[in-house]
Design a protein around this ligand. Structure first.
Ligand code: ADP
Ligand code: ZN
Length: 434
């Protein structure tokens, strides 16, 4: 299905795209210089829009970090007067001072267009009924998708988060064909449907869902697609870059196109801060190209991914990034071994006997740090003790092969682990700092 929301820009030649990026970068730097934060930074480092003669010159500008946003809370990064701003989003601030992102009307319109482009790419059209199960309010997955879906012309149902039975009622009564949903909640929704005797294939019109906001494995995606009888597409975004719509999978389901007319994407080694070659994992660094109210230059996302080399058969020329394994701060270091929760999920999801909810606890037992993995069984499985033992042994063996350490495994009954309404919390770190 090679049909585009904005064909000219989505299939633009690389040379033309780079020319556009250079012009946008220059105006972004001029715009950023109006904020107190960048004004001081540019003064210190002798940076000006006129001094940028190629895209490579971007590398001479220092990075911007989440810490910078926190320190300049709430308005220190704004590049236009507050009376020209029309929206503010603020992050939860669970780990320190919150951050604030400001938007002008043009920023909001651009964001809506970016989301509409993504939704169109995965086959969502104005005939569709699109139910958004994201939290609204400060969480950008709510309003971000709302405005994008309306611009696209879909009938949009702002169901917001939670109340699963009501979600199911809406899906059925309003004939929802598409959803935006957090992956951990998608499996929960499917489970409740089956409990209620609702077969999503038979009793709903669901066909396409957009899943994002938290890391998830390919195995989890397949499971969601099977359970709900839909195609599920990975969507990536973050509040600092507006929210959803920064990068999105096309129907090839092989990497997420990052919209390079809106951002310049770099992948750097988080230790040396030098660029890494395509295909190699590193930290995603983004520069906004059209932001008016709050341009961000070389923003360190802390999200780890790589550029997928080569062209995409869909015809879009914007480069693709790989599925995210998590943030650099999600990495667990246990007994000197570095690992990501997503590696554990990938193994667990291969066992049909297991449900989708799991919890990793890191704890100090005596003098050593241990990992406990609790995972819910699916309904399909037996309560025969010997069979459960055999299953636990097999899962532990597979985990050991992947992680190079042996976790303790506890198989628990379905419904016994906590369920979050927002992003799933997969890791509890109770280790004592000695
Ligand atoms: P917060 O920073 O408070 O978590 P955001 O909603 O801005 O709030 O979260 C953005 C982050 O969520 C990203 O930086 C990334 O770590 C994660 N994220 C978003 N979409 C995806 C996705 N599709 N896959 C993996 N992680 C994602
Ligand atoms: Zn593609």
């Amino acid at each position: 299905m090679n049909d585009y929301w904005e064909k000219d820009i989505e299939t633009i030649s690389r040379t033309a795209l780079e020319e556009l990026q250079l012009a946008s970068l220059r105006s972004t730097i001029a715009q950023a210089a109006r904020s107190t934060f960048y004004h001081e930074m540019f003064d210190r480092h002798g940076i000006s829009a006129e001094g940028i003669s190629s895209l490579d010159d971007l590398r001479s500008i220092p990075f911007t970090t989440k810490e910078d946003l926190r320190k300049n809370y709430p308005y220190g990064m704004s590049a236009i007067p507050l009376r020209e701003c029309v929206r503010l989003h603020s992050s939860s601030g669970t780990t320190g001072n919150p951050t604030v992102v400001l938007h002008s009307q043009r920023d909001i319109d651009d964001w809506a267009n970016q989301v509409a482009r993504c939704m169109y790419m995965v086959g969502i059209r104005n005939e569709d009924v699109f139910q958004n199960t994201s939290g609204y309010g400060m969480f950008t997955g709510g309003l971000g998708f709302q405005y994008g879906a309306e611009l696209l012309g879909a009938l949009t149902v702002p169901a917001a988060a939670g109340n699963t039975k009501r979600q199911i009622k809406f899906i059925r009564d309003f004939g929802a064909t598409c959803l935006h949903i957090i992956p951990s909640y998608a499996t929960r929704l499917a489970e409740v449907m089956y409990e209620e005797g609702v077969d999503p294939r038979r009793d709903t019109k669901l066909r396409v869902i957009c899943i994002g906001a938290e890391p998830h494995s390919e195995e989890q995606r397949k499971r969601i697609e099977q359970l709900l009888g839909v195609k599920a597409y990975n969507c990536f975004g973050m509040s600092e870059m507006n929210g959803p719509g920064v990068a999105f999978e096309c129907t090839e389901q092989n990497g997420l196109h990052i919209w390079e007319d809106y951002v310049i994407a770099e992948i750097i080694d988080p230790d040396t801060l030098l660029p890494v070659p395509d295909g190699e994992q590193g930290e995603l660094v983004l520069t906004t190209l059209r932001r008016e109210a709050m341009p961000l230059i070389r923003y360190r996302t802390r999200d780890l991914t790589c550029i997928i080399p080569g062209d995409c058969p869909c015809g879009r020329t914007h480069r693709r990034i790989a599925r995210f394994r998590g943030r650099s701060d999600d990495m667990i270091i246990l007994k000197g071994v570095n690992l990501f929760p997503i590696q554990i999920e990938t193994i667990l999801m291969q066992f049909r006997e297991l449900g989708s909810n799991y919890l990793i606890t890191l704890e100090t037992v005596g003098n050593s740090d241990e990992m406990l993995i609790e995972v819910e069984l699916s309904d399909l499985f037996t309560d025969d003790y010997a069979e459960l033992q055999a299953l636990a042994r097999e899962i532990t063996r597979r985990l050991r092969d992947e992680l190079l350490l042996t976790p303790r495994l506890r198989l628990v009954a379905r419904g016994s682990l906590p369920v979050q309404e927002g992003k799933a919390v997969r890791v509890k770190d109770l280790r004592k700092l000695i």
